[in-house]
Design a protein around this ligand. Structure first.
Ligand SMILES: Nc1ncnc2c1ncn2[C@@H]1O[C@H](COP(=O)(O)OP(=O)(O)OP(=O)(O)O)[C@@H](O)[C@H]1O
Ligand SMILES: [Mg+2]
Length: 235
């Protein structure tokens, strides 16, 4: 398996009033293609900042990030845009669906920019929403809306799926269903998954767990046994 991301000596600081916030300090990390990575840590520990750097939404203050052999920290804005468009998918805690488009139309939006899309019906079936495709978002439950958001990011067939608190707005049962779906996608399409969460239970589905605190990686755990989402004990 190849290394998909390599981070060397990453720092991210923000000027804030009269001082500097150290959002990330001295981060060295390698992520393998096809892995499920769970990033755990308390609020303010730097999880979203790390996700934003990996996904090219922001630049580090210092250090290098490689996507395969490409140094994305040297990309121009246009190259970053192409990188996100061609290779990445995003899922957030709030689903960002377009209210006046149907489920199917929302998912089709994700397909528009892709060179190598998956068939929409296949994706609708994968998220178990095929028979709901003509509904509008307000006619769905929270878990169903999150599954639409997953389908929308999946339909472009991304190499990497970035998920920031994908189950944060969901109850236990629905959260496990959504994680189960992410596991299935990882198995079927070999999509690298990078999941940020407060919820330590989710670590059970990861190949690699990255624990963060105060802008630093404090531990990296390689799980020998991967749990299926339905067997997780919810915190
Ligand atoms: N634009 C900014 N300006 C100043 N400080 C910032 C900015 N963005 C983030 N920070 C600070 O950087 C640190 C890391 O923030 P980050 O959003 O990465 O945390 P997080 O682990 O994702 O937290 P949460 O679990 O609450 O989402 C925090 O101390 C935050 O206040
Ligand atoms: Mg965050």
């Amino acid at each position: 398996m190849s290394t998909i991301y390599k981070l060397e000596n990453i720092y991210k600081t923000y000027p804030f009033n009269d001082h500097i916030v150290h959002a990330l300090e001295n981060i060295d990390l390698e992520i393998t293609e096809g892995e499920v990575v769970v990033i755990l840590g308390p609020s303010g520990s730097g999880k979203s900042t790390l996700l934003n750097l990996l996904s090219g939404l922001d630049n580090p203050t210092k250090g290098k990030i490689y996507y395969y052999n490409d140094k994305i920290t040297h990309y121009t804005d246009l190259e970053l845009c192409e990188y996100r468009k061609n290779h990445l998918g995003f899922i957030f805690q709030s689903y960002h669906l377009i209210p006046n488009l149907t489920i199917e139309e929302n998912i089709l939006l994700g397909k528009q920019l892709s060179k190598n899309p998956i068939d929409v019906d296949e994706v609708l079936k994968a998220v178990d929403l095929y028979n709901q495709k003509n509904k509008y978002p307000y006619q769905l439950s929270g878990g169903q809306m999150q599954r639409v958001a997953i389908a929308r990011s999946l339909v472009k067939n991304p190499e990497v799926l970035f998920c920031d608190e994908p189950t944060g707005a969901l109850d236990e049962k629905t959260g496990k269903k959504v994680l189960g779906l992410l596991q299935n996608i990882n198995n079927k399409y070999h999509t690298t998954m990078i999941i940020v969460t407060h919820n330590p239970s989710i670590a059970g589905i990861a190949n690699t767990v990255i624990k963060m605190n105060s802008g630093k990686i404090i531990e990296i755990i390689k799980n020998t046994e991967i749990k299926s989402a339905e067997d997780l004990r919810w915190a």
